[in-house]
Ligand binder design. Structure first.
Ligand code: SAM
Ligand code: SF4
Length: 318
């Protein structure tokens, strides 16, 4: 299904919960209560995902909140993987419970895992996430790397004054020298609590290129990983990526739609219309998806000093 900007919409990001034990400064939202109220049940998830996959969204990524907080997450993964039109199932996690769950998720059909790690400094990790558990997250990363996933990626949100200095960028990038993983540096988008200043913490993706002058851009299609631009360092098994929603041409490559944990279809991270899919039949979901795709905004129009705008990232799922 092509949208009005000729983008093939083939990627569904499905938030399975708004709940999350972390409170990352740039994401956490006090509105997201700690109860599972309103979350789609496994059969509802399978109906919506199955219909959207049949309509062309063959790649599915589970997100949240924290998806691994759901006790039925392995059942959800197995059920989605069994849907005939789903070709790939991925998951994004803060990594806290990954060490104990990675093998079960792999067995349930998850082929790719993204883990969010913004710093390797335990004190800064606690300041950013509100939790003192960097060690557990790193052990989740090690387990994920050992259990056969097709790809493991690290997501790092660039935060001025916390992890955008050359030493921090190099320390994180060195993970790609040690392991066959992708580490993607993401520009901060306007979310988080009212006391968090997006403007003060914003750092452009260019800081990564300045900190790592020996990066070589991977040319052509191989150098594109979704909305990321990918780079390599001589002799490294891993790759470095930059996702630049604010200073780059992010929207041109956007092939995704989002479904929130209560069944609302959202066309763009930054807004646009929403459609409630929860109570629709499969045929109705396909029909709504076709209409909605035509309404997907061509660009988000957000800039680095997007004062006043706050997207509910914890609810949307990134
Ligand atoms: N809890 C999981 C996690 O942290 O990976 C999944 C949900 S989280 C909302 C998905 C992704 O969105 C994470 O990689 C996170 O770093 C990213 N994210 C959250 N808030 C962001 C913001 N304001 N700007 C850029 N990325 C953000
Ligand atoms: Fe939770 Fe992920 Fe948001 Fe952090 S980024 S608060 S872990 S949902």
């Amino acid at each position: 299904m092509r949208d009005r900007a000729s983008r093939e919409i083939s990627y569904l990001r499905l938030s399975v919960t708004r709940r999350c034990g972390f409170s990352c400064i740039y994401c956490a939202d006090r509105q997201c209560r700690d109860t599972p109220d309103g979350e789609l049940s496994p059969p509802e998830i399978f109906r919506i995902t199955g219909a959207l996959a049949e309509a062309g969204c063959h790649k599915v990524r589970l997100t949240g909140g924290e998806p691994l907080i759901r006790r039925d997450i392995a059942e959800i993964c197995r059920g989605i993987r069994e849907l005939p039109a789903v070709r790939e199932l991925a998951l994004t996690t803060n990594g806290l419970y990954l060490a104990g769950m990675a093998r079960e998720l792999f067995a349930a059909g998850v082929s790719r895992v993204n883990i969010s790690i913004d710093t390797l400094n335990p004190a800064k990790f606690e300041r950013i996430t509100g939790r003192s558990c960097l060690g557990k997250v790193l052990s989740g990363l090690e387990t994920a790397l050992s259990c056969g996933f097709e790809r493991v990626k690290i997501n790092t949100v660039l935060l001025h004054g916390l992890n955008d200095d050359a030493a921090s960028v190099r320390e994180l990038a060195a993970l790609a020298d040690r392991y066959p993983l992708d580490i993607r540096f993401i520009e901060l988008m306007p979310a988080g609590g009212a006391d968090f200043s997006v403007r003060e913490h914003f750092a452009a993706g260019g800081v990564v290129l300045r900190a790592l002058p020996d990066l070589t851009e991977i040319p052509g299609e191989a150098g594109r990983s979704g909305v990321a631009r990918m780079y390599r360092r001589e002799g490294s098994p891993g790759r470095i990526g930059i996702i630049a929603p604010i200073t780059g041409s992010f929207c041109r490559e956007c092939n995704r739609i989002r479904v929130l944990s209560d069944g609302r279809l959202r066309l763009c991270l930054f807004g646009g219309r929403e459609f409630d899919l929860r109570h629709l039949s499969r045929a109705e979901i396909v029909r709504v998806f076709r209409i909605a795709s035509g309404l997907k905004p061509e660009e988000h129009g957000i800039t680095a000093d997007a004062s006043g705008i706050r997207i509910p990232m914890q609810e949307i799922g990134g």
